[in-house]
Design a protein around this ligand. Structure first.
Ligand SMILES: *Cc1c(COP(=O)(O)O)cnc(C)c1O
Length: 419
């Protein structure tokens, strides 16, 4: 780590990895297999991070690995059209109700940035309404009051973002329909889109209150704004077709990432045909990428989607998630540790505070010291949780009920340490 710190800011390629929020030295991962991680010192961990949700089948999944290897042997990048892209686009369009056409990019940040540009072009308006604690990648203008690493470090936005850019984004509390409607009304005909994680995952897991997503849909329609679901986490994670299918609310534009790349750098934005046809070269909204639709990433993502499309896949993840939630609640109660557990399927956050946790203000009450004690006790017991109190843990298909039992038994002393 010392060497890493000399060569890379904070020793990392992305901030939360540095363990600043929990203290101690970060793991250096040597390899992964299924739901196990092995660090450079040869220690084994049961992984509850799953690469921030990207590896829904677990590490080095045989079907994903084989698909990627086969693609790789044919060449890693051509900067030209490949048949695999069309196949993956078909799988996404078939599964996600709000997506009739899709554009592939390389990261979630890029997907949301491009989707917002498209929303602005389509509506001829500039303002964006987002939610406090919502994270949509690190592009200028979307960092204000964002979640993920910014929430972890208490950074509301970033130096280097011109105030004039940030001024285009208005932030309201998550699950607050009234504040959203008021914001839409006060900005009259200026709002291009309402940008929301349909299940928030970057302030920890926060569920949409009954009627919240429906209400956003209606409010957007009333004010001529587009509804943009950032499903970079939830797409193919909370179910086939993402949160929009789970909750039955169809956005105008959807962004996806993480799961659809099978653990490779791949993301996408898509939406109604009429909107997507504005994207160049079909339309006039410019967006491009040298490695966009990279054939190795596409092959891996496509193989992953073939597995999640199998009947019973999400039901099994739900059972594992429910088992984890139940067990964690019991061990916390026995340890006299007051927590609030929020979960949708295989996404779960344990907040070290009383509930309910419904927005960023209530999530932020989760106690940092108690979380750090829990995190390190889990790590000592060989279970790797996200190293921040305001992130989601993710189960993967490689977890078995006995892995869940292992995690639960590790949590008993960990909750005592955090009580
Ligand atoms: C991870 C994430 C992003 C950013 O994706 P990157 O691939 O890290 O750039 C955007 N939105 C949401 C909801 C995310 O969870």
């Amino acid at each position: 780590m010392q060497q890493a710190r000399k060569l890379m800011p904070g020793g990392v390629s992305s901030p939360v990895r540095a363990f600043r929020a929990v203290g101690g030295e970060p793991l250096f991962i040597e390899r992964g297999e299924g739901c196990r991680l092995y660090d450079a010192d040869g220690r084994e961990y049961t992984d509850c991070l799953s690469s921030w949700g990207a590896v829904i089948l677990g590490h080095a999944d045989p079907s994903v690995t084989m698909a990627a290897r086969q693609a790789l042997e044919k060449g890693s990048s051509f900067g030209a059209c490949t048949p695999g892209e069309v196949e993956l686009a078909r799988k996404i369009v078939d599964a996600v109700p709000g997506v009739e056409m899709v554009r592939f990019v390389s990261s979630g940040t890029e997907a949301v940035m491009s989707a917002v540009r498209l929303a602005r072009a389509f509506t001829g308006r500039t303002k964006v309404i987002k939610f406090e604690g919502g994270y949509h990648g690190h592009s200028d203008g979307l960092l204000s009051k964002a979640g993920s690493g910014l929430a972890t470090f208490g950074i509301p936005e970033s130096p280097g973002v011109p105030a004039s850019f940030a001024a285009e984004t208005m932030t309201v509390p998550y699950n607050d329909l009234q504040a959203t409607s008021q914001a839409l009304a006060s900005l009259a005909r200026e709002v291009a889109c309402v940008l929301v994680e349909p299940v928030a995952g970057n302030m920890g897991v926060v569920l949409p209150a009954p009627g919240f997503l429906d209400g956003l849909r209606r409010a957007c329609d009333e004010h001529g704004a587009l509804l943009l679901f950032d499903e970079v986490i939830t797409g193919f994670r909370v179910g086939l077709g993402g949160a929009q299918r789970l909750y039955g609310v169809i956005p105008d534009i959807t962004t996806m990432g993480k799961v659809i790349g099978g653990g490779f750098p791949l993301a996408a934005y898509g939406g109604r045909r009429e909107i997507m046809e504005r994207v160049a070269p079909a339309g006039d909204v410019y967006q491009a990428g040298t490695l966009s639709g990279n054939p190795v990433a596409v092959a891996a993502g496509s193989a992953a989607l073939d597995v999640v499309r199998q009947p019973g896949f999400y039901e099994r993840l739900e059972e594992l998630g429910a088992m984890l939630e139940r067990g964690m609640r019991e061990s916390a109660a026995k340890a006299g540790c007051r927590v609030t557990i929020n979960r949708v399927g295989s996404m779960v956050t344990i907040f070290f505070c009383d509930g309910p946790v419904t927005d960023f203000a209530s999530a932020a009450r989760s106690d940092a010291k108690r979380f750090a004690a829990f995190f390190h006790a889990m790590l000592d017991a060989g279970v790797y949780f996200p190293p921040s109190r305001l992130e989601s843990a993710f189960l993967c298909a490689a977890h078995t009920p006995s892995d869940i039992e292992r995690i639960i038994s590790a949590s008993k002393p960990a909750f005592r340490a955090a009580a």
